[in-house]
Design a protein around this ligand. Structure first.
Ligand code: SAM
Length: 260
């Protein structure tokens, strides 16, 4: 198992977990500058319910109907659950072949270990995850996730609900490029012509206040008319949902904003 350069963060409080990933680490540099006192969790799960995935996928399809290619990226992707949720939704709910314009999807995270296991094509899935994959795929989770094994413990993972590790079917795995990067640098270098979807979900409370404003300013500058930025429920706690409109975005759905 690979050890990241970031100090491990251990707590003694176990809590119910219905998630693909729930591990935590600590960044001392953030101790006094972010809302979680330097603690960062990779918590994620398939078809996280703060987004209506089917509705969003159909909305994105219509929004980009005239684009040949949609530059789709998952910033702060954790174990890849978010990227896979979107692709599975596009495969299952859009007209045949329409998913192609959204791939390859680039998924980045700052955490070395989570990106390493995502690159290997391994993922932990709970029974809740499997249920939601079955809901959208007509009980065909086996089409996407194969070779059930004992749960993968990346580092300090905490499970209360039974999780199992699966291999991501190479057909699905190959649709995502995983990279280790800081989301601010990645966003700043993005070349957009109004054809991007930026998932930036459930990560903003982990940013320092300076970085939070940097994120909003960069999104406002880099993303062009028509592009989408998607946040999550946890982002309510950073305040970004209340001021992203000032940077030229209009809200289209819960947590979904389009550059005007
Ligand atoms: C709570 S998880 C969110 C995962 C997923 N987006 C979701 O909504 O389910 C937050 C993730 O953000 C990552 N992260 C935190 N700060 C980051 C940064 N500056 N750049 C890239 N990733 C970051 C963490 O490593 C963690 O995996």
């Amino acid at each position: 198992m690979l050890i990241s350069g970031i100090n491990s963060y251990k707590t003694n409080t176990a809590r119910p977990v219905f998630r693909s990933s729930s591990r935590e680490y600590f960044d001392p540099k953030l101790m006094q500058t972010n809302r979680t006192w330097g603690n960062i969790a990779t918590t994620t799960w398939m078809f996280r319910q703060d987004l209506d995935w089917e509705k969003f996928t159909k909305f994105a399809y219509k929004n980009f109907i005239n684009c040949k290619y949609v530059n789709t990226c998952s910033l702060a992707c954790s174990d890849g659950s978010e990227a896979y949720s979107f692709i599975i939704s596009a495969l299952e709910k859009l007209p045949k072949g329409a998913y192609r314009k959204f791939i390859p999807l680039t998924a980045i995270d700052r955490d070395f270990e989570i990106i390493h296991s995502a690159r290997q094509g391994k993922i932990n899935l709970s029974t809740g995850d499997i249920g939601r994959i079955n809901m959208i795929s007509g009980f065909r989770h086996n089409k996407y996730f194969i070779n059930k094994q004992p749960a993968l413990n990346v580092s300090n993972d905490r499970f209360l609900e039974q999780c199992n590790a699966y291999e991501v079917n190479p057909d699905l795995r190959n649709k995502v490029i995983f990279k280790r990067a800081n989301l601010l640098n990645y966003l700043a270098s993005l070349k957009d012509s109004g054809n991007s979807i930026v998932f930036c979900r459930n990560v903003t409370p982990y940013l320092s206040m300076d970085n939070l404003f940097d994120l909003a300013n960069t999104a406002g500058r880099v993303l062009k008319k028509g592009s989408l930025i998607v946040f999550g429920e946890f982002d309510k706690h950073s305040g970004i949902l209340d001021f992203i409109d000032v940077k030229g975005f209009e809200q289209c759905m819960d947590y979904v904003f389009r550059k005007m």
